[in-house]
Design a protein around this ligand. Structure first.
Ligand code: HDE
Length: 698
């Protein structure tokens, strides 16, 4: 693909002047604008008319081509995961899985494989905001030497449903309601909770969905999971079950719910911008890649079925073996051509990796290929640059079709043939040894529409997840449930959820009922009596992520007359820890510091609220603070930072603003008089101890 070159200013201009005279400067062929078929364009400002004030002429093929292309610039958005952001990078294997697989990408240590990763929300449309409470897609396309491998996962290791048959129902229920067309990008509405209450198998996933995992701080701070169980196949075609995991180097971190809601207004592109800017600045997002491996016997010994995507294998039971890393180091050049046209297919698996019989995965194996046909409009979508196999040639005898982009050569487009093709006698042939082979799994049951008995326990894993959380996270889950169910107008819908929650944790059910001011109904009937599993602390976020400023953002609010030395000290200390730093001022032109120097601002106060930062410092002058006391954006800046549990550094002149914003002293409220160092440790994390003081948690 060629990138259009921007013509030098004034290189290719030509227009008819007011007096009718022709002004022209010739331009070099490579600099001039052309039609889609290469005809140079003489005037790109005016359509062809019958006289300067006359009607436009149908003859104007330049105008028609341009408008027609524009009319068709949109393609159908993805039915789910429409809102996404992506980047290029590489995968590097650090430990070989040779014993388990013949896939080269998992056996060639040190080799870097090009890849493309797309992260997405699920429910909202392509133009929706980045921070709703929602599952995030985590799709990676590896351009391996043996064909593309698409690991199309989520940031949550389990799913709402067990069988592909229910997927359209789930998606219809969560997306905007059919008659009224709202809400956009939200699960907090009647149809979603109506469906969920009737589908107890969704309860484990609901626990995850109500946790802080669904309001991530950054796409760089999310775990990723293959979700479904896959198989690895070695040279002898021996199969091993595998679960795939991505672990962010920056740790899994989340926003607060109130913060996420406010970010949606302050910066709807919060995650997309963060990903783009971090890569642009050279702070490349990185993940560890890990696997959980199980033999058939080990899988059989588990108390649950690994073909059931509503269950997870606690890593305390089967450890995650880290075998590689992913680094994203290049932004897309063109959002549409790459991010939008990227087509991920769980069927893209190189030899040595194979699907399992998970009935959810089995449905996915059909769905993605099919959806690309309607979205991208042609069976040749694999030829688009972003989808094309890059690590190896692709050659077969499939031909023609809408938008064939290649010119296949040769006379024989059938196999076998003896006429020669692509320079080889007989053309490309199958490769029984090196080609993709399917695991030889025995399957001799009757044809039935049944759910396996082993899928019947809907609550034990939900209990495991809830019980494994810290008290802080449990409180957030209860509050999230109260928030969501408060948006449901049908009492029976709320009651049914409460009945389900009773099978998970009676205290949780009671807290939610109290939060709704409702009585607790009887327990929902459970198909199988839930059991208590050993807690899995690995499922927590709080206390697990590294306390670091690396990848975090610090905002310094300044006014005229502020002390430049304090600003510099905070900035230097934060930058040294890997944070990004922005100066916020009442006016975007900046401020005049105490020493008379000008300090330009990165953002204006009203448009750069504290929700966009992980920690803030207030470096004000006395007069500056007095001015800010009259500005609600300033009070909001401080009070939001406080209730969102952020560290606040301040100079003594800022005290009146702290008082007005009801900030109470604690370990995260740091006087900068003693220097910037004291501000850095609390800035590395949230002040969880503050939460009970500022929020009535359900
Ligand atoms: Fe998807 N899913 N899905 N899904 N999914 C799509 O394919 C589908 C499921 C996931 O960035 C669609 O290209 C079915 C689980 C991601 O482009 C569609 C079922 C998981 C993405 C589709 C599932 C996912 C999609 C829509 C149940 C986690 C975005 C557009 C049987 C493992 C990929 C498209 C991107 C996209 C179908 C369930 C992840 C309609 C039928 C489970 C990350 O084909």
């Amino acid at each position: 693909m060629t990138k259009p070159k921007t013509p030098p200013a004034g290189a290719a201009t030509s227009h008819i002047g007011a007096g009718g005279e022709l002004h022209q400067t010739a331009s070099a062929p490579e600099a001039r604008m052309t039609t889609n078929f290469g005809v140079p364009i003489s005037d790109h400002q005016n359509s062809l008319k019958a006289g300067a004030r006359g009607p436009s002429l149908l003859e104007d093929f330049v105008l028609r081509e341009k408008i027609q292309h524009f009319d068709h610039e949109r393609i159908p958005e993805r039915i789910v995961h429409a809102r996404g952001s992506a980047a290029h990078g590489f995968f590097e294997l650090t430990e070989s899985l040779e014993k388990y697989t013949r896939a080269k990408i998992l056996t060639e240590v040190g080799v870097k494989t090009e890849l493309f990763a797309r992260f997405s929300t699920v429910a909202g449309g392509a133009g929706s905001v980045d921070t709703p409470r929602d599952v995030r897609g985590f799709a990676v396309k590896f351009y391996t030497k043996e064909g593309n491998w698409d690991l199309v996962g989520n940031n949550i290791p389990v799913f709402f449903i067990q069988d592909a048959m229910k997927f359209p129902d789930l998606v219809h229920a969560v997306k905007m309601e059919a008659d009224r067309g709202y809400p956009q990008a939200a699960s907090a509405h009647d149809t979603f909770w109506d469906f969920i209450g009737l589908m107890p198998e969704s309860m484990h996933m609901i626990m995850w969905a109500m946790s802080d995992r669904t309001i991530p701080r950054s796409l760089r701070m999310m775990e990723g999971f293959g979700v479904n169980t896959f198989r690895l196949l070695n040279d002898k075609d021996e199969a091993t079950f595998v679960k795939f995991h991505w672990r962010p180097k920056l740790g899994t971190q989340s926003t607060c719910w109130d913060e996420a809601v406010k970010i949606a207004g302050a910066d709807p592109d919060y995650h997309r911008r963060d990903l783009f800017e971090s890569i642009d600045s050279g702070a490349f997002p990185e993940w560890e890649f890990g696997v959980q491996l199980l033999s058939q016997a080990e899988a059989d010994a588990l108390a649950f079925d690994i073909l059931d995507a509503t269950k997870l294998i606690p890593e305390e039971l089967v450890p995650i073996k880290v075998i590689g890393r992913m680094v994203l180091n290049r932004n897309v050049d063109n959002f549409f051509a790459e991010t939008e046209q990227a087509a991920f297919l769980p069927t893209n698996m190189p030899p040595g990796i194979d699907a399992s019989e998970d009935p959810l995965l089995q449905g996915r194996l059909f769905s993605y290929q099919d959806t690309q046909l309607s979205r991208l409009g042609s069976v040749n979508f694999h030829q688009l640059p972003i989808n094309r196999a890059k690590g190896c040639p692709f050659q077969n005898l499939q031909r023609d079709g809408h938008m064939q982009m290649d010119i296949p050569v040769g006379r024989a487009n059938y196999e076998p043939n003896s006429l020669g093709l692509v320079g080889e006698p007989g053309g490309p042939r199958e490769d029984p040894k090196g080609g993709f082979r399917t695991a030889q799994v025995m399957s001799d049951g009757p044809k039935v529409r049944l759910r396996a008995e082993t899928f019947a326990d809907h609550y034990s894993h939900a209990r495991l997840f809830y019980a494994s959380q810290t008290t802080i996270e449990q409180a957030h889950m209860a509050s999230a449930l109260v928030f969501e169910l408060s948006k449901c107008s049908f009492e029976h819908v709320r009651l049914r959820i409460l009945g389900n929650l009773q099978n998970i944790d009676t205290d949780l059910a009671q807290r939610v009922a109290d939060g709704l001011a409702m009585g607790l109904p009887a327990k929902a009937e459970a198909a199988v009596k839930p059991v208590d599993m050993d807690a899995s602390p690995a499922l927590r976020i709080v206390g697990k992520y590294p306390e670091t400023l690396n990848g975090r953002a610090v905002g310094i609010l300044v006014t005229d007359g502020a002390d430049g030395a304090v600003i510099n000290a905070v900035k230097k200390a934060a930058l040294a820890e890997g944070a990004s730093v922005k100066i916020i001022a009442p006016k975007v032109g900046g401020v005049t510091l105490k020493d008379g120097k000008m300090l330009p601002a990165d953002g204006q106060l009203a448009g750069t609220p504290s929700v966009l930062f992980d920690a803030v410092a207030l470096v004000l002058s006395e007069a500056g603070c007095a001015e800010l006391l009259k500005e609600s954006a300033a009070t909001d800046f401080v009070s939001n930072a406080f209730v969102h549990l952020k560290a606040i550094g301040f100079t003594s002149e800022a005290q009146p603003l702290l008082d007005k914003a009801n900030v109470e002293p604690d370990a995260g409220i740091v006087d900068l008089a003693a220097g910037a160092d004291g501000f850095i440790p609390p800035a590395r994390t949230r002040q969880w101890d503050r939460e009970p003081k500022v929020r009535m948690l359900a």
